[in-house]
Write a protein that binds this ligand. Sequence first.
Ligand SMILES: Nc1ccn([C@H]2C[C@H](O)[C@@H](COP(=O)(O)OP(=O)(O)OP(=O)(O)O)O2)c(=O)n1
Length: 490
Amino acid sequence: MQSAEGPGDGQVAAGRRVSTAGTQTDSVSGQTPRLSKVNLFTLFSLLMELFPPVEQQKKSQVKKTGLVVVKNIKMVGLHCSSADLHAGQIALIKHGSRLKNCDLYFSRKPCSTCLKMIVNAGVNRISYWPADPEISLQNEASNPTSTEDAKLDAKAVERLKSNSRARVCLLLQPLVCDMVQFVEETTYKCDFIQKIAKTLSGCNTDFYTECRQERIKEYESLFLISNEEMHKQILMTMGLENLCENPYFSNLRQNMKDLILLLATVAASVPTFGHFGFYCNGSQQTNDMHHQSLPQEIARHCMIQARLLAYRTEDHKTGVGAVIWAEGKSSCDGTGAMYFVGCGYNAFPVGSEYADFPHMDDKQKDREIRKFRYIIHAEQNALTFRCQEIKPEERSMIFVTKCPCDECVPLIKGAGIKQIYVGDVDVGKKKADISYMKFRELEGVSKFTWQLSPSHIDVHEPTARENGIQKTQSLDEQQHQSKKLCLGNH
Ligand SMILES: Nc1ccn([C@H]2C[C@H](O)[C@@H](COP(=O)(O)OP(=O)(O)OP(=O)(O)O)O2)c(=O)n1
């Protein structure tokens, strides 16, 4: 991941303050609103809780939890609980003593079983989203016995917290004031939404608003506690009584609400809509395992991660995000066999200051002071700062929000990545300083672009592939689906 600043100012440290800085500290010169690293990691932990389930989740008091492992201010692990293991246990299995000095971002306050092992591994800091914890405290009325256990666990967590070297805290930074509006506007203009809008030709121009509203409703019910009293009770049980006083309490709730709004807006940018998905064009279809498509919901989820990363860009005109995942042998992680390899966004070389390089684009005169020779592309950063090797025998995939340019196409192929999931709006374009010609000719890497399912284009052709499986749909089924908004888990 790009950029070297660390999380720090303006953070919400448990029980001390809600926020001191009015805004995040690292936005670039006030040009475009920018997501802070702390908020990026927090939002990634929430997203990981939403990773499409690969197995049946058990109905229990233990809530599914997302987890981001950060080392030297870079993400090195993305996990979520499985049916048998909590997210913290998975981190321990996957990283072992490499957790030493890492920062961990949980989507829920971890239980004592996880916390004792994580603390023991020597982590530096543990941050969590201040709503219902992993062992739920929200079911008080419905199940008094399990709430008793949950309260005992919360007490044990507090004891572990006060006796450990690791800092257990809340790290939430207020968003810059026009951040949500900026995300909403850029989302509406993004390739994925615009491609759908074109096919609707005015009959449902408001589909994006509907998608977004659905996501907001879903995420609010998962990540917020609507009842203020209940929220206070939970914070008290978690040892955050200082945050229960106003204005801290209302500031905290507003911060949380804004972040959820932002996450839902980004998630709505790659919607489950009609027959849209990531498909490769006919001639590229193959039976080779390495080149078969991921399930659509997983592909969409990873693209949402890439879209979120783009809000860390240092290019104030065009933000791009990229994330690399691979599929190993089966695993205990809630992500199934998939594991995180690396991620990045477009930015100037690490350590540079805002004024070091030109920021002009190719529509502005004077070639010498244009940005293009200096900016490191999202894919380049994802490859440079990856935390895992790309193994030739495994299915590896990169998700990029914008078509790879001629500089990046050979890098992706050379690195041995097997699949690209991408928005292809710029394919074949040659701009003055950056061109997107090589993507079309790229061979040996499967290209899944956002489009209508091939089976929808020709209803008699049984070529739709969901997870590599041939599928035929009746005309009726298709018409029904395209009328209705399918708003399941992104
Ligand atoms: N796969 C890609 C494609 C582009 N970029 C980055 C490099 C530059 O920071 C920016 C370039 O984007 P554009 O080609 O859209 O050029 P402009 O920013 O000048 O926009 P415009 O389309 O108006 O020319 O995106 C990237 O990181 N990864």
